[in-house]
Write a protein that binds this ligand. Structure first.
Ligand code: RIB
Length: 295
């Protein structure tokens, strides 16, 4: 099983602030770090660090060379990432004193991917492969349909959620991954602490898709048909929650590819995400396989 992650690649600009800036306010940050990110690229990094064979596809600008080098150094195959004249995607991240973040995205190369490039890339993949998607690039609808036609399995992390997601052919997605906000949006519900209600609504709406719902400190739920599995978080001291979800997804998929059960995969994914939040940054915070898997 190989993974093709068609996804965002971003340069993250991380501003450390006391609180998330309010409308009309000017705020000094105490530090600024430029680092590698993008939900797609983070998930590819997590897959590779976990030892899974992963190809990343997407688009970066001339300023994105360091991202390709970094992904390569983790073992990600970057031969399907194209370069163009404009800017790489950018994420302006505020990290507050409570270690919560707020993110503004500029799509850059993530918005310049074409359907012709998608066709060219997909021809190298088939029914033994898994397409991994997030909601930070264009043509996600096209990608889902084209991959399903080729018999590929599709995993979609519905992040960030926006109402356009509801128009995607999600019934073709084998594994839907959401947090509580994305899950509520996808279920057409208001945010509610009753996570089981969200989960049940998603199972009813997407009867052929496996659902993975992450709910912060309350752990995660897996659901498919009549099966429900809960797993607690791996508790660590939180330094930066950026890319926790991306780490969880990469390690979950890699664990399943290694032949672990769903329950074991949830355990490894939770441990990897717990380690990631105990470290600063996005891609850099993702742990290596040796730190996560028990041999
Ligand atoms: O999930 C974290 C990521 O979201 C960051 O790395 C940032 O680039 C945004 O895409």
């Amino acid at each position: 099983m190989r993974f093709l992650n068609y996804g965002s690649v971003n340069i993250d600009l991380i501003f450390t602030v006391d609180h998330i800036v309010k409308g009309g306010e000017t705020l000094q940050s105490t530090s600024l770090n430029k680092s590698a990110g993008g939900k797609g690229a983070n998930q590819s990094a997590a897959l590779a660090k976990a030892g899974a064979p992963v190809f990343h596809a997407g688009k970066v600008g001339q300023d994105g060379g360091f991202l390709l080098q970094l992904l390569s150094s983790y073992g990600v195959d970057v031969s399907c990432i194209r370069t163009y004249e404009g800017s790489t995607g950018q994420a302006l991240i505020q990290l507050d004193a409570n270690k919560q973040n707020a993110i503004i995205l500029y799509s850059g190369g993530n918005g310049q991917i074409t359907t012709a490039e998608i066709d060219q890339t997909l021809q190298h993949f088939g029914s033994d492969d898994v397409l991994v998607l997030q909601n930070e690039i264009v043509h996600t609808d096209y990608l889902i349909k084209a991959a399903a036609q080729r018999g590929m399995k599709v995993c979609m992390n519905v992040a960030p959620f926006d109402p356009s997601v509801l128009t995607l052919p999600l019934e073709l997605v084998d594994l839907l991954v959401v947090n509580e906000i994305e899950g509520a949006g996808l279920a057409g519900m208001q945010e509610t602490p009753d996570f089981k209600a969200i989960l049940e609504r998603l199972v009813t709406r997407f009867p052929n898709s496996q659902i993975l719902l992450t709910i912060g400190k309350q752990g995660c739920w897996y659901a498919f048909k009549d099966l429900r599995i809960h797993h607690d978080i791996y508790d660590t001291e939180v330094v930066d929650t950026t890319a926790a979800g991306d780490t969880f997804i990469g390690y979950y998929l890699a664990s399943i590819a290694r032949g672990h059960s769903i329950r074991q995969a949830l355990q490894y994914a939770s441990k990897a995400a717990g380690l990631a939040v105990s470290r600063p940054g996005a891609m850099a915070s993702i742990p290596l396989a040796d730190e996560v898997f028990y041999y």
